[in-house]
Ligand binder design. Structure first.
Ligand code: PGA
Ligand code: ZN
Length: 420
């Protein structure tokens, strides 16, 4: 079996919002073939790698990605022809060098990541092993605990609420399948509770959750806590709550502007409000409680809440090792959100996950709000042993493709353990 790359081919396809994205196909000389699709965010951070779009004059109102596709089909295809697909780190390094910019803005992180993912999948196919197994290498693989979106807000649901995600963590269950079943029951019960309270439920939010126009973030927390219990689960012991505040989008001039709560808060004020909510509701994880460059505020909030709660940096770290190193040095956050397309290669993604674990930080492998049917993320979460995965709700197939992949992995004869 030859693992040398014979052909790289990219095309433009559509993601779950009907936006163009990149798909890359790799063929190895030995005949193995694989493809991968790249996701896209909406509440993107300022420090993410550059997603190359064609801009004015391009298709789809400038959202098309034909330049990124072209870079795969010309420069990257030429540079990687004949390279060994098993040499992931060398291939990724070669693409980074070829791009030559600090944020992959010349070739596009969407072009580079598509190749990075497809090459790994082709190598696994050539070896005849599951992707998670191939990606794990010497790491201890394990099935991750899903964090499931039930109520959405922010930029994913027409700004109905300021906070972006209200999620459940079903941790008190014997298998990943049982945890997912619990989440589905809570999702249904939340729908019934919202309908009974006469909220209009038309359509679903970008990640498949409900997007009701509720009167406050606190009201959403309150309702979700009630739904967990109404679904027959004991909150805290079996099911807890995670929130993604995604605060960068309502932070202006030093203040967090929470119109629905009728408050404009400083970073300390946010800490105080969240401390009260963590105490009152079964909240175990808070993502981006403060804005992406509010390092002073983050240090303070970590000192205040970090011992009793997972504090996850998404826009803050942007899956960037330099930003994570700064966080570790300065005692900022205690967990990192990992999104492959924030950084643009598989090798750099693993570097962040491995460093986080070494420093005692948790890692949450995350989808984007714009996803595809590609389930790569599920294998990545299992392979890295990260412990947590966050891919959205239990509706919409771009979300379910990841959950269904976890169910398939759990069903394999040599399935990795589910240890929570
Ligand atoms: P995004 O949202 O993909 O729109 O950035 C996901 C998140 O904030 O976790
Ligand atoms: Zn986030």
């Amino acid at each position: 079996m030859s693992f040398l790359i014979e052909r790289l081919h990219a095309r433009q396809v559509l993601d779950s919002r009907g936006d163009p994205t990149v798909e890359v196909e790799v063929t190895l000389e030995g005949g193995a073939r694989a493809s991968a699709m790249v996701p896209a965010g909406a509440s993107t951070g300022r420090h993410e790698a550059c997603e190359l779009r064609d801009g004015p004059g391009g298709g789809y109102g400038g959202r098309s990605v034909m330049r990124a596709v072209g870079h795969v089909n010309t420069e990257l295809a030429r540079a990687l022809a004949g390279a060994d697909a098993r040499e992931q780190a060398a291939l990724d390094r070669r693409m980074i060098e070829l791009d030559g910019t600090p944020n992959k803005s010349r070739l596009g992180a969407n072009a580079i990541l598509g190749v990075s993912m497809a090459v790994a999948r082709a190598a696994a196919a050539g070896l005849g092993v599951p992707l998670w197994n191939y990606l794990a290498g010497s790491r201890a693989a394990r099935l991750p605990l899903p964090m499931i979106n039930i109520i959405s807000g922010g930029l994913h649901a027409g700004r109905n609420l300021e906070f972006q995600d209200f999620l459940v963590e079903p941790h008190g269950f014997p298998t990943c399948a049982a945890a997912l079943e619990a989440a589905v029951r809570i999702h249904r019960k939340t729908g019934e509770t919202l309908r009974a309270a006469r909220y209009a439920l038309t359509g679903v939010a970008d990640e498949g959750g409900f997007g009701p126009r509720m009167k406050s973030n606190r009201a959403a927390l309150d309702l979700l806590t009630r739904a967990i219990e109404a679904a027959g689960f004991e909150s805290r012991r079996q099911v807890s709550i995670a929130i993604d505040v995604a605060s960068s989008h309502f932070y202006r001039d030093g203040l967090y502007r929470l119109a629905s709560e009728g408050r404009e808060l400083t970073a300390s004020g946010m800490g105080e409000m969240l401390a009260e909510w963590i105490d009152r509701y079964p909240v175990v994880s808070v993502e981006d409680p403060l804005a992406e460059d509010d390092w002073d505020g983050w240090r303070e909030i970590t000192a205040r809440l970090g011992s009793g709660c997972r504090l996850v940096g998404d826009d803050l770290f942007a899956t960037n090792i330099k930003r994570l190193e700064r966080g570790i040095r300065e005692g900022v956050a205690n967990a990192v959100l990992v999104k492959m397309n924030q950084i643009g290669t598989l090798t750099e993604t693993f570097e962040v996950i491995d460093r986080a674990r070494e420093a005692g930080y948790a890692a949450v492998i995350s989808a984007r709000s714009g996803e595809t049917e590609d389930s790569f993320l599920a294998d990545l979460a299992v392979a890295s042993g990260a412990g947590h995965i966050k891919v959205g709700s239990v509706t919409r197939s771009e979300r379910l493709s990841k959950y269904n992949r976890l169910l398939a992995i759990e069903d394999e004869p040599a399935a990795p353990p589910w240890e929570q």
